[in-house]
Design a protein around this ligand. Structure first.
Ligand SMILES: [Zn+2]
Length: 408
């Protein structure tokens, strides 16, 4: 592969008006309308997937008192210097400010949702999902476009279940990861990350958690590479690594088994016999971070996103002003069918319009001249310069809808 030809996501983000970063907020992206289309499509996709898999969507505060992260163990093990902490008073003249934290992860707050009421074994597995906005204090030298940010959006989820449900839950999550990444055409592999030096919980907890994950991998016949000592501080994990267009390795999806957090937050459920038991907590993310995932997709496709993600899916071009009223009607018809369409009615030559549309990586161009109006069809070209000939309008709508719905 010729690497010189490849642009990085920052350059593509500027050229296609998707996103950018600004000195006013280092490490936190600004999303332009076209970038937001991609973000929202991915959000919709992951919401549909999780809803079908029985997850319940939740939302928790961005800023909470630091005491929560002290109790969870993050303050010491994750490191207070890796979070944004602020000393704030409730009143202007209050001389006893309290330490607040911008959450670097959702887990501790998820346990507060769990503790909202007494839980019964009948509710388990309880799957709480959250598209949470997180802040992490990355070093300024390491911040890089959308690949490494200080503010990120995670497609997070926490599953509370009984010990005998671990296999099924972890197994379902691994299947979801595989289906998801196959759809984008990424090569992937799994890695098994075991107990780190800095950790919470007892050795017995770790022995059990590691054994459980190992068993899932074995039963599912998944060969996982080793990431010894690279587990989360509260539990071992199975990470999915993908290879992007440049052959670079990225860790995106993860599933983590945790016996520590239920202990630290004293989580309980009432079992069949009416006795109190501790649930197990499973953490999982499929994208990892939307920002990083979109950066990788942008570089992978070099801005030529598949139709369902393309900010503009088809550009309509009347050859002269004369066909403009007809072109406008067609634009309305495409919009009514849920297709993202724009009209190029600038006083430019057709050649110039075709070139601009291709540079913007718009998947399809529809050209309308007098002959097309007479024959009630439209000439279609692809962004790669392929001439698809003339299509009747109803056939064009059917073709686009089919590609969008199948996420080709
Ligand atoms: Zn978590």
């Amino acid at each position: 592969m010729n690497q010189i030809k490849n642009k990085d996501h920052k350059q593509i983000g500027q050229e296609l008006e998707l996103f950018f970063t600004h000195d006013i907020a280092p490490g936190a992206p600004f999303w332009l309308p076209k970038g937001m289309v991609i973000f929202k499509e991915l959000e919709k996709y992951i919401r549909d997937l999780t809803e079908k898999a029985g997850y319940l969507e939740t939302s928790t505060p961005i800023m909470v008192k630091s005491e929560l992260f002290k109790r969870s163990g993050h303050w010491v093990k994750f490191g207070e210097h890796n979070m944004y902490n602020l000393m704030l008073s409730d009143e202007v003249n209050d001389l006893n400010p309290i330490s607040y934290t911008l959450k670097p992860m959702n887990c501790p707050e998820s346990t507060i949702l769990y503790r909202f009421k007494t839980r019964s074994y009948k509710e388990l597995p309880l799957r709480f999902s959250e598209l949470g906005r997180l802040h992490r204090r990355e070093k300024s030298g390491e911040v890089n476009g959308l690949l490494r940010v200080r503010q990120l959006t995670m497609d997070d989820a926490h599953i509370y279940c009984r010990e005998d449900q671990i296999f099924q839950e972890v197994s379902n999550i691994l299947d979801m990861m595989i289906a998801f990444y196959k759809n984008f055409g990424f090569e992937y592999e799994f890695r098994f990350a075991t107990r780190p030096e800095q950790r919470a919980g007892t050795d017995a907890m770790w022995d059990k958690a590691e054994k459980d994950l190992e068993e899932v991998l074995k039963k599912k016949n998944i060969k996982a590479g080793d990431k010894k000592g690279d587990g989360a501080f509260y539990g071992p994990k199975i990470d999915m690594h993908i290879k992007d267009a440049l052959g670079r390795d990225w860790q995106l999806a993860t599933v983590q088994l945790d016996f520590h957090m239920p202990q630290a937050f004293d989580l309980q459920y009432v079992n069949e016999k009416g006795e109190l038991e501790k649930p197990v907590m499973i953490h999982r993310a499929i994208f990892g971070s939307f920002e990083r995932f979109i950066a990788i997709l942008t570089e992978q496709y070099q801005g030529a996103f598949p139709l369902w993600l393309a900010p503009v899916q088809i550009m309509i071009m009347p050859i002269t002003d004369k066909q403009e009223p007809h072109a406008k009607k067609l634009v309305e018809e495409l919009k009514e069918n849920g297709i993202r369409v724009e009209l190029d009615n600038r006083p430019q030559t057709l050649q110039a319009k075709i070139r601009d549309s291709s540079l913007q990586k718009i998947p399809y161009l529809g050209i309308i001249g007098d002959r097309e109006i007479k024959e009630t069809n439209i000439s279609i070209r692809t962004r790669a310069g392929e001439d698809l000939g003339k299509l009747e309008i109803s056939k064009l709508i059917h073709k686009l809808r089919e590609e969008i719905d199948k996420k080709i």
